[in-house]
Ligand binder design. Structure first.
Ligand code: NAP
Length: 366
């Protein structure tokens, strides 16, 4: 037996959510899930989903609880699954364990579940409560919910910006705008997302690596270039780092028809060339689901940001504001009237060394 608890469903769900968050960066395309088993005021089992393909949180918690689960309660941040994926359905295991009650954070939006797990348990006499800390449970898995509801990844538009709204000192000039702390923060974020995307001009100008440097990363990082004309050189540094993860070049049928040699050259250099019928930002994002991209960081440049923003495909804006002015020659970001700094200011700004981090949600999932 573990420690005695004198606490509410709310507090136990908060602990299950904290357990779930331990899987951040490792479970995609699966959701992060945490679970607790209690018995007569004691927590007798704890679990979380540690990686895609691994045991589900409920199973880990029930394994830990063993016989002590009989007649106990299960707290689970997401509705237990009732379909057989890479592991068996959790609801069967819950029934076998002889639990008396299950408390669920939020219903699973996966069409194979969507309440069916809850119904299965109720039909077998288990009391089920749904919606404890529901908003937090939903936000924890905002990428998973976005994939299920919108059939595309969760998109965070990230930019480093000067005080006068510029992203580079001049066209064609690679510019490091932010200081060490902001860069470290950006690399930590790269450590947990599924993919980073840039426009082709950014590859041509900056020749970036798009890797998560200094951050611990447990899975390959997909790097995506939106590049109809396939101007990404086969010698790009990106393609020299395929051990960090695949490089996906998004182009169109017309692009391949016009520049077949470029497509072939990129494939020979190890890139995956994704060919869409036409240039369509929404279709391009949906196509990324085949690469298990649920959480996408859109790193720029301005044209790509503008196109995704204009199509209503941005869920979050993350802006690193650097205390520099680049003046007339600087490369402008999207017109600031469009992505309102005032709205960004509503989020709690945070200093990262000399730079200011502003972050706001455009579409909320809860
Ligand atoms: N400060 C920052 O945070 C930051 C971040 C990244 C880049 N930058 C800077 O930004 C500059 C490059 O930005 P940029 O605006 O000129 O170019 P960009 O956004 O990097 O790339 C634009 C190109 O992407 C291709 N593309 C493919 N699909 C697209 C779509 N749906 N929407 C828009 N473009 C699409 C287009 O070429 P095709 O027609 O061939 O498809 C387009 O010309 C560089 O100076 C770079 O250093 C700054």
């Amino acid at each position: 037996m573990s420690e005695l608890i004198q606490t509410s469903d709310d507090a136990l769900m908060a602990e299950a959510l904290a357990l779930a968050a331990r899987g951040r960066g490792a479970t995609s395309p699966n959701p992060m899930v945490g679970a607790l088993v209690t018995q007569r005021g004691y927590v007798v089992g704890r679990g979380y989903h540690a990686r895609a393909g691994g045991r589900h949180a409920e199973v880990v918690a029930l394994d830990e609880a063993g016989d002590a689960a009989t007649g106990g309660w299960l707290y689970c941040t997401l509705e237990p699954c009732c379909h057989k994926g890479r592991t068996g359905p959790c609801v069967e295991r819950i029934v076998q364990a002889g639990l008396a009650a299950v408390v669920v954070g939020v219903e699973d939006p996966d069409p194979r579940v969507r309440g069916a797990g809850i119904r299965y348990l109720r039909e077998r006499g288990i009391s089920v409560t749904v919606g404890v800390r529901e908003a937090e449970a939903t936000r924890l898995n905002e990428a998973f919910f976005t994939v299920q509801r919108r059939a595309r990844p969760f998109v965070t538009m990230k930019v480093a910006l000067s005080l006068d709204g510029k992203i580079a000192v001049a066209p064609g000039e690679r510019t490091q705008l932010t200081g060490h702390e902001a860069s470290a923060h950006a690399h930590d974020v790269r450590g947990v997302v599924d993919a980073i995307a840039v426009g082709s001009e950014t590859v041509v100008v900056d020749d970036p690596l798009l890797t998560a440097r200094g951050a611990e990363r447990q899975r390959p990082l997909v790097r995506v270039v939106f590049d109809t004309r396939m101007r990404t050189p086969p010698t790009a540094r990106l393609l020299g780092t395929l051990d960090a993860g695949p490089v996906v070049i998004v182009t169109t049928e017309a692009g391949v028809a016009r520049w077949p040699d470029r497509a072939g050259g990129l494939e020979r250099a190890g890139a995956v060339v994704e060919v869409l019928p036409a240039r369509d930002p929404a279709a391009a994002l949906s196509r990324l689901l085949v690469h298990d991209v649920s959480d996408l960081l859109l790193e720029g440049g301005a044209l790509l940001h503008q196109s995704m923003w204009g199509a209503g495909l941005v869920d979050r804006v993350r802006l690193y504001l650097a205390p520099v002015v680049l003046g007339e020659t600087g490369v402008a970001w999207v017109p600031l009237g469009q992505v309102s700094i005032a709205t960004l200011g509503e989020s709690a700004p945070r200093w990262l060394g000399r730079d200011l981090l502003l972050e706001t949600d455009v579409h909320r999932v809860d």
